[in-house]
Design a protein around this ligand. Structure first.
Ligand SMILES: *Cc1c(COP(=O)(O)O)cnc(C)c1O
Length: 390
């Protein structure tokens, strides 16, 4: 009997939005490998290998390094809920959507939250952090976003980390849009807790959140007076499954772990340094092209993995994005919050960060903007980008 359901047929897209990024065929094939039990010795070996690879990508020796079941937001909650007990004080740096979210999470888990705010598109200054730590000496954790995907701002961390360490607090970092695409040195920068997501610069489908905790963070968890408020994300139990005890907590997402393992293998084969250099190179080519076209960057200090530009005068934000998708299969991101309708976010993350994609986007965007009657200098983008390539 013929099936009443049409065959599943998602289109092939060029993913240049704020994530997900393009997934290499090798990673998708890994997901199609046989599902085994979550305590099968073959799976436990893959978990161990994946942890080791995660440590390399995080540039850390941290024993407590693993992948939380869930997307980047689950990693954010896991970090906050394991470090914070109700009424603990936490400083959260807010300069975009994800800082706002971290504050919301911390408040929901009962922390007394002090915010450091900066305009969207700008970064948090060392002076702001120093003043906040001085005003709130009982601060247990300071949370900050390394790569603010909503604005494209790149937050420097090293000096801030020194201040946080000096104050005796723990540094919590959101590296969802930087890990695997930009420098993230967990040990050198003395980061105590960090989370990322698979679908951004790791170029794996969404579904897991790599996290890592320093020995100081682990000591803080062990000194808790109250149980972790979330059962599912309680690291005191998750550690017993990821560690040598192998105590069942929840069924691991087996095939997602295969995918993560394979995407990490691809990263380590390319080499972290090479990969970071590739992200920078393609960002500069895109930048040369878009600026020659007349477009302006939103942040002063831009990520290489996420490029936020102002929508040019006379362009209809939604129509241009919908034409890119419909006519070229290219996805780019819309603006969020104060940038809604006013910015485009072009992700060049992981596998998506290629010269081929940059040139395709520049040509497609120029063609659409000209057709829409937007005043841009025609022909300038490809020429400027080509010069930047060599
Ligand atoms: C995407 C993103 C998240 C949330 O990740 P999800 O996988 O969507 O849950 C958190 N922080 C930043 C900076 C992000 O870009």
């Amino acid at each position: 009997m013929p099936s009443q359901f049409k065959q599943l047929d998602p289109p092939q897209r060029v993913l240049l939005g704020p994530g997900p990024s393009e997934v290499p065929a090798r990673v998708l094939q890994a997901m199609a490998s046989p599902t085994v039990g979550h305590l099968d010795p073959s799976y436990l070996a893959i978990m161990d290998e994946t942890r080791e690879m995660l440590r390399e990508v995080f540039q850390t020796k941290n024993e407590l390094t693993l992948a939380i079941s869930g997307t980047g937001s689950a990693g954010m909650e896991a970090c906050v809920v394991n470090l914070i007990e109700p009424s603990d004080e936490m400083i959260v740096c807010v300069n975009g959507v994800f800082g706002t979210r971290m504050r919301d999470v911390a408040q929901r888990y009962g922390a007394t939250v002090h915010s450091i705010e900066a305009d969207w598109g700008t970064t948090i200054s060392v002076e702001q952090v120093a003043a906040a730590l001085e005003a709130h000496p009982k601060t247990k954790v300071l949370g900050i976003v390394h790569a603010e995907t909503s604005t494209g701002a790149h937050q420097p961390l090293e000096e801030i980390s020194r201040l946080v360490q000096k104050a005796g607090a723990l540094l919590l970092v959101d590296a969802v849009t930087s890990l695997g695409g930009m420098e993230v040195r967990v040990d050198d920068w003395q980061i105590d807790a960090i989370y990322s997501g698979t679908q951004k610069c790791l170029s794996c489908p969404p579904g897991l959140s790599p996290v890592s905790f320093s020995p100081r963070a682990v000591a803080a968890m062990e000194a808790r007076q109250t149980p972790v408020t979330s059962w599912y994300l309680d690291l005191s139990m998750l550690r017993n499954y990821w560690g040598s005890d192998r105590v069942y907590h929840h069924t691991a997402p087996i095939n997602m772990t295969y995918a993560l393992r394979e995407s990490l293998a691809i990263i380590l084969e390319e080499g972290l340094e090479n990969r970071i250099a590739r992200h920078l190179r393609n960002h500069l080519i895109l930048r040369a092209g878009l600026e020659a076209m007349g477009l302006k960057w939103v942040p002063e200090h831009s990520l290489t993995t996420l490029n936020a530009v102002h929508v040019p005068d006379g362009a209809d934000d939604a129509r241009v994005r919908s034409r890119l998708l419909g006519e070229y299969g290219i996805e780019i991101g819309a603006g969020l919050g104060p940038f809604k309708g006013r910015a485009w976010r072009v992700g060049l993350m992981g596998h998506s960060s290629s010269r081929r994609n940059v040139m395709l986007l520049l040509a497609a965007l120029e063609s659409i903007l000209c057709d829409e009657g937007v005043a841009i200098s025609q022909g300038a983008a490809i020429s400027a980008a080509s010069k930047q390539c060599c």
